[in-house]
Design a protein around this ligand. Structure first.
Ligand SMILES: Nc1ncnc2c1ncn2[C@@H]1O[C@H](COP(=O)(O)OP(=O)(O)OP(=O)(O)O)[C@@H](O)[C@H]1O
Length: 468
């Protein structure tokens, strides 16, 4: 007896299986193997297509059933849910899904047809189609709202330091691993996170950002995991999805992860391990598919040593790490960035700045930029707003930056005393310059005695006024 016959006999002899699968008058089944040959068919299905068991078993599905979609399931390995099929004056709701073995390999497909009375069947099927359309519409809307705008092409920089990180990040994008981005504030950590998402297989799905430092501790759990209806007074009807649910299929960017309170760190670790979330006040868990990119300007290793960051969470996040260089480490890129921001700011502020003088560019390139690219961008914005000229010279730069003019070759950080000294020298030089070297006027303007001005000039080695 061949396998098929043996299985059929077993089915026949088992009244539950026979009732549920073979003789079920409400649901029809057809099963094909991975090559599309029919291996099982129920009576309702046979009646519906007007064929006998002999006409169907062992035949290819395309011979048995015109316009079958089971071949599509075999090709894609994906289910096709809730279609409707009108035949012989009846409406059947059809669900088709793949059969996988324990190793996850596709070994066949099932078509299941549910018989329903005509009017309600049609309405139900139409309703389902409508709902599917709506779900797709909302998915697109969500995507529009939670998308990443930057790509690797938007990253300005030709320095070796940035090229190296960009190359690593492009490789990282193609993997599914969790990434920890570190670097000083304003270096472009979020820009990298967005570019990684956009170059990844998840780019058509949402990029959802949460700044762990900006959300008050008591609201953080609901923000991350959502809440169920009635979870607390004032909770929205129907509840609210959290950032993890919103990131379904895409990437969640956990910015400033170092600021996450310890109580939330264990909850986050659990979600990263289980890939399931439970809304606050909820009773069921939801599976979520996401990739995590976390970023911080803190030293998490030190925080682990101090006991303020969980080591197990740190290891889970730090699967791949990416360190973004500070602007000081990529000084060569400053002129490129200045030109890039000039175009952007001209557009935004309706200015017509043409260029920076060489000297101004040099001063900008040698500045320490503790706030990195963000500080550079903000500084330029201030300069553009305050200046009426088309060419920006050192005079247009903020005092804190141009005070380094005479000192642009200096590479080490100044101590406070050195900075005070330099500032004092610069103020005296500027004042003398403004009053055309009239020392009495300068002392008056500075609110000090003439003798004190002379003493300070001697201390700073100032012989004549500085003109810039
Ligand atoms: N390579 C780059 N080219 C152009 N603009 C950049 C580049 N890197 C960063 N920026 C810009 O600098 C600003 C700061 O970048 P971003 O917010 O990504 O920094 P961050 O490191 O995440 O900052 P924080 O640590 O404060 O969160 C943004 O306006 C960003 O667009």
């Amino acid at each position: 007896m061949n396998d098929r016959k043996r299985i059929e006999r077993e089915f026949r002899e088992n009244p539950v299986l026979a009732g549920v699968l073979i003789d079920n008058p409400y649901e029809g089944f057809i099963v094909v193997n991975k090559d599309g040959f029919v291996t099982f068919i129920s009576n309702l299905y046979l009646d519906t297509i007007n064929l006998t068991r002999e006409d169907t078993i062992g035949k290819h599905i395309t011979e048995v059933h015109e316009n079958t979609k089971l071949t599509q399931v075999l090709e894609t390995g994906k289910p096709i849910s809730y279609d409707y099929w009108e035949t012989k004056g009846m409406t059947l709701i059809v669900v088709r899904f793949p059969i996988l073995n324990n190793a996850g390999d596709l070994i066949g497909a099932v078509g299941k047809a549910v018989f329903v009375d005509i009017p309600s069947g049609k309405t139900l099927a139409n309703k389902l189609k409508q709902l599917e359309k709506e779900v797709e519409f909302y998915r697109q809307e969500l995507y529009k709202f939670y998308n990443a705008k930057y790509t690797f092409n938007d990253m300005i920089g030709e320095s070796d330091a940035i090229k190296k990180v960009k190359k690593i990040a492009q490789k990282i994008a193609l993997s599914e691993s969790t990434v920890l981005i570190t670097g000083e504030s304003g270096t472009g950590k979020e820009l990298f996170a967005q570019a990684i998402h956009n170059a990844s297989y998840r780019s058509r799905f949402p990029f959802v950002r949460i700044n762990c430092a900006a959300v008050p501790e008591n609201l953080l759990e609901a923000e991350l995991f959502g809440y169920a209806e009635g979870a607390f007074t004032g909770a929205k009807k129907g509840g609210k999805p959290g950032k993890f649910e919103l990131a379904q299929g895409g990437t969640i960017f956990l910015d400033e992860i170092g600021e996450l309170p310890l109580s939330m760190q264990s909850k986050l670790l659990n979600v990263l391990q289980e890939r399931e979330i439970e809304r606050v006040g909820g009773i069921r868990t939801v599976s979520v598919d996401f990739r995590v990119i976390a970023a911080t300007n803190r030293n998490l290793e030190d925080m682990v040593k101090e006991g303020t960051f969980r080591d197990d969470l740190y290891y889970r996040l730090n699967v791949i790490s990416l360190k973004i260089p500070s602007l000081r480490e990529r000084q060569d890129d400053i002129p490129l960035l200045v030109n890039y921001f000039t175009d952007k700011l001209n557009n935004k502020l309706k200015c017509s700045v043409e260029r920076f003088t060489e000297e101004a560019m040099l001063v900008l390139s040698k500045h320490y930029w503790p706030g990195n690219i963000r500080e550079l961008q903000n500084t330029l914005e201030r300069v553009f707003i305050l200046s009426d000229d088309n060419i920006i010279s050192v005079n247009h730069l903020p005092f804190s930056i141009k005070m380094r003019k005479g000192n642009i070759i200096q590479s080490k950080r100044l101590t406070l005393d050195e900075m005070i000294d330099q500032t004092e020298k610069r103020i005296i030089l500027d004042t003398l310059s403004n009053v055309k070297d009239d020392r009495i006027a300068a002392a008056e303007l500075l609110g000090i005695h003439l003798s004190s001005l002379y003493r300070k000039m001697k201390k700073h080695g100032i012989k004549k006024s500085f003109t810039s």
